[in-house]
Design a binder for this molecule. Structure first.
Ligand code: 4NP
Length: 158
């Protein structure tokens, strides 16, 4: 079982979008028994809340489920539980490094680092930009590359 945790600041805009989009791709590829997907925030500001309305609207438009997604803060145990911790930007990455000792086999990477020649190095935060469409475009493309990487790295077959 491969376990993937997406991380952003608030866990209401970008990382729950990535969680829903990636889980949907995993399901479509017939890999849902082999890959577990979750998300968390570096902050606890929105603990217990559903995804932001902008993220929900985008996912509704695409008929992608976000059932059961509730904001929570990343915890030390996540670094042991998950194989991949995928951050949305440099700030999330630096915050995780400040909060925890990263050791063991966990891979901590930025989502856009899986894209060859990415348009952006960081996933822009629609909480500030208001542009959930552009964030979705980037998340979708990068998620396809991330899934390909995981499938190849772990010899998964759908
Ligand atoms: P996210 O966006 O990290 O993509 O979930 C944010 C959500 C909330 C806040 C900042 C960013 N906030 O300041 O409450």
């Amino acid at each position: 079982m491969v376990k993937v945790l997406f991380v952003c600041l608030g866990n209401i805009c970008r990382s729950p979008m990535a969680e829903a989009v990636f889980r949907n791709m995993v399901k479509e590829e017939g890999l849902k028994e082999q890959i577990i997907v979750d998300s968390a925030g570096t902050s606890n500001w929105h603990e217990g809340e559903p995804p932001h309305e902008g993220t929900r609207n985008k996912l509704d438009e695409l008929s992608i489920s976000y059932d059961g997604i509730v904001a929570r803060q990343i915890k030390e145990d996540d670094l042991k539980t998950f194989d991949y911790i995928i951050t949305m930007d440099d700030q999330n990455m630096n915050d995780i490094k400040d909060m925890f000792d990263i050791n063991g086999s966990v891979v901590v990477s930025k989502l856009m680092d899986f894209v060859p020649n990415p348009k952006e190095a960081n996933v822009p935060d629609p909480y500030y930009t208001g542009d959930f469409d552009y964030t979705y475009e980037l998340v979708k493309e990068a998620s396809q590359h991330l899934l390909e990487h995981i499938v190849n790295n772990h010899n998964l077959k759908g």
